[in-house]
Design a protein around this ligand. Structure first.
Ligand code: FAD
Ligand code: MG
Length: 322
């Protein structure tokens, strides 16, 4: 059994991105991090200029032609936004910028500002032209935000970059988005081990270990980016219907899927649905597994054919859903 592991980390996209390889391969490492940097430069809304920002700057004025890659991601994000009962909304940008959760200057905005921004978040007003790859935001002030989806898209691309370097066993972690590639030589059952973080605890405190092979493990939670005001937690997943952070019984939801883009989309959608509706929706979507962590310390496992879970924190109760 090979027990060597080479880990490389960089601060990118406002988080720590880390890559684990089984062999040293400087060319592959450089290709991975250069690809992420190039994609971040195109997709970010946290800098004045990017392809996505050029669309946002032209809102209400004119359409903007973007690269095929950026167009493809926006198209998939729009489709996810229009799914029935989806609280995923790629047009959420004006509200994200208003609340500034996770950034300097976060605060509870006044109700009038929230209502004004809510008029700017209709995904149907994002007009896509497949022929010339142009995107038009029909109202001034609209803003696309791909924060809930871009890391998944990027992780899937990194898998292809690694394959080009003949690497078929690795882990890429884009901060909450873990993509395991192939099988692991480190465990008897050849599964990779991914830690499930304990909400509102130290970064190293784990609720348990998720074991998977060749799967993406994406978590959306309310305990990484939030602030507290008047004993109330305000976290970064915004309910498009109200303009306020989504309020339900969940601390986090983890989606185990084949590709990371799907996991990123559905971790946000399932968070929005909450436990009961989310579990029902996953009956129809049994190609993905899920782990719901509730505020009252239950861990609910769904579609367990896709993963194994080992509880570490006995203050939580394990509740199989099926
Ligand atoms: P997820 O649950 O997957 O998504 C939550 C994020 O999606 C929110 O932070 C918000 O951006 C957006 N969102 C909120 N509500 C909704 C909704 N209803 N529907 C759809 N989307 C919603 N962070 C920094 O601090 N500095 C940076 O410079 C920076 N640059 C980034 C560049 C890129 C290309 C990307 C992808 C992210 C960057 N980030 C940066 C992080 C970003 O702001 C988010 O915090 C992060 O993407 C959230 O990921 P998550 O997996 O924690 O949350
Ligand atoms: Mg997401």
């Amino acid at each position: 059994m090979n027990d060597a592991c080479y880990t490389y980390s960089q601060q990118l996209m406002g988080t720590t991105v880390s890559l684990q390889l089984l062999t040293e391969n400087p060319q592959a490492v450089a290709a991975v991090f250069n690809t992420i940097k190039a994609l971040e430069t195109r997709l970010t809304v946290n800098r004045p200029h990017s392809e996505v920002m050029s669309i946002n700057h032209a809102a209400g004025k004119h359409a903007v032609v973007v690269s095929e890659l950026v167009f493809d991601l926006i198209k998939q994000a729009k489709q996810a936004s229009l799914l029935p009962n989806s609280s995923f909304n790629l047009a959420i940008g004006p509200l994200v910028k208003l609340w500034k959760i996770g950034f300097n200057g976060h605060r509870v905005p006044d109700a009038q500002s929230i209502n004004e921004k809510r008029r700017l978040i209709d995904p149907n007003l994002i007009e896509l032209n497949q022929h010339n790859h142009s995107v038009y935001l029909a109202k001034k002030g609209m803003e696309i935000d791909l924060g809930a989806i871009a890391k998944g898209y990027i992780a899937d691309i990194i898998k292809l970059v690694l394959a080009q370097h003949n690497i078929h066993h690795a882990i890429i972690n884009c901060g909450g988005n873990v993509l395991t590639i192939g099988s692991s030589p480190f465990t008897p059952n050849q599964h990779w081990q991914v830690g499930l973080k304990k909400p509102f605890a130290s970064a190293t405190s784990l609720l348990g270990i998720i074991q998977v092979q060749d799967k993406s493990v994406v978590t959306s939670g309310i305990y990484e980016r939030y602030f507290v005001q008047d004993d109330q937690i305000y976290h970064h997943i915004i309910n498009p219907a109200t303009g306020y952070p989504l309020n339900n019984e969940l601390d986090s939801i983890t989606i185990i899927s084949t590709n990371s883009l799907t996991g990123d989309i559905f971790s946000t959608i399932m968070y929005g649905l909450g436990c009961k509706k989310g579990l029902a929706a996953l009956n129809e979507r049994n190609s993905m597994g899920a782990i719901f962590v509730t505020k009252d310390k239950r861990i609910i496992l769904k579609n367990q054919q896709h993963f194994q879970f080992h509880l570490l924190d006995q203050s939580y109760q394990l509740c199989p859903a099926d």
